[in-house]
Write a protein that binds this ligand. Structure first.
Ligand code: P6P
Length: 321
């Protein structure tokens, strides 16, 4: 049995030539993401024991109550990313505006992140996670600006997530397949555990909040009915990363359609839907807003929302408007 372990750091170095920047900036950014993930993982695991549960008392730009762990995770990731000196701007669900990193004039990358998605699940011990994507600046001869940020997802150079679940995993793609790394607590390293993930084409699972069923377009209601007729399993954790990760490995579709309360959908385009769409396409799946490919959408605002249908390609095709 092969007993060699491939760590995340080694994996990235080994594939340096595939990455858009062989000078190590990408490795530095991923090293920072991996370290921040380990720190957040430590805090998530002890959340019930120390006073970091419950409301932080503030509300984020979405008007949602911010949990303390949201704020802590945002600070941890932002600080470690800024320290690399390789990122000029951070866009975060927890930041109303762009965070322009200090001393980053030479930095080539922009990071978009949801530092702790599914945070409403923190207090009930359900899986939560961090979602991120990376753009490369368009033109190093001018300062980083919104023009470098509000770009279709097809221009990102990498995306990934960390799921703080029964085990802690980091799953990412830099455009050449999707690979999963599981945190081995005995050596404090993310180790390659799920090489070259491909989402099964078969339909097995549908994930949607059926509490909103009567708000959905008739075509979506009909599709959900069809899933039931085909005896598919209904699985909905209420945490995008947890539902996405399960469907990625087993096959299925996650849907967050427009509702009366969320006429443009609930999920954010830049730091939730684009990263998930980039990952699913690199795993052989699809992601649309019901009308167009998520990665083709031209973002207009940092925190804009979009409906999301993501998963096995045949299932996403069936949604077709
Ligand atoms: P609902 C969590 O707040 C989140 O952004 C996703 O992680 C999750 O899939 C969705 O919202 C759940 O929303 O309206 O079904 O509770």
């Amino acid at each position: 049995m092969k007993n060699s372990v491939i760590t995340l750091g080694q994996f990235i170095i080994d594939r340096q030539e595939e990455i858009h920047d062989a000078k190590g900036a990408f490795s530095d950014i991923f090293r920072a993401i991996g370290l921040a993930a380990k720190i957040v993982n430590r805090d998530v695991r002890k959340a019930g024991l120390v006073d970091i549960l419950g409301e932080h008392g503030s509300t984020n730009v979405q008007g949602e109550d911010v949990k303390k762990l949201d704020v802590i995770a945002n600070t941890i990731f932002k600080n470690h990313i800024e320290q690399t000196g390789e990122v000029c701007a951070v866009i975060s669900e927890e930041e109303d505006d762009v965070y322009w990193c200090k001393d980053s004039h030479e930095a080539k990358y922009i990071l978009c992140m949801d530092p702790l998605d599914g945070s409403s699940n923190i207090d009930v011990n359900a899986s939560i996670g961090t979602i991120f994507s990376l753009y490369k600046r368009r033109d190093m001869n001018r300062d980083c600006s919104l023009d470098d940020i509000l770009r279709p997802g097809k221009e990102i150079v990498a995306a990934g997530y960390v799921i703080y679940g029964s085990s802690t995993m980091l799953v990412y793609s830099s455009g050449n397949g999707v690979n999963g790394f599981t945190l081995d607590d005995s050596i404090h390293e993310f180790c390659l555990s799920h090489p070259n993930i491909k989402i099964p084409e078969t339909r097995k699972i549908f994930s949607v909040n059926e509490g909103n069923l009567h708000d959905f377009d008739q075509k979506i209601q009909d599709y959900i009915h069809k899933c039931k007729q085909h005896k598919l399993s209904a699985r909905y954790i209420g945490s995008l990363i947890a539902d996405f990760h399960r469907n990625l490995l087993k096959g299925g579709i996650y849907m967050y359609p427009a509702t009366e309360k969320a006429p443009n959908g609930k999920l954010r385009l830049l730091y939730e839907c684009i990263p998930m769409a980039f990952l699913i396409e690199n795993a052989g799946g699809k992601a649309t807003d019901g009308k167009q490919r998520i990665l083709d959408i031209q973002p207009e605002k940092l925190h804009q929302r979009t409906p999301l249908f993501v998963g096995s390609s045949k299932m996403v095709d069936e949604i077709g408007y």
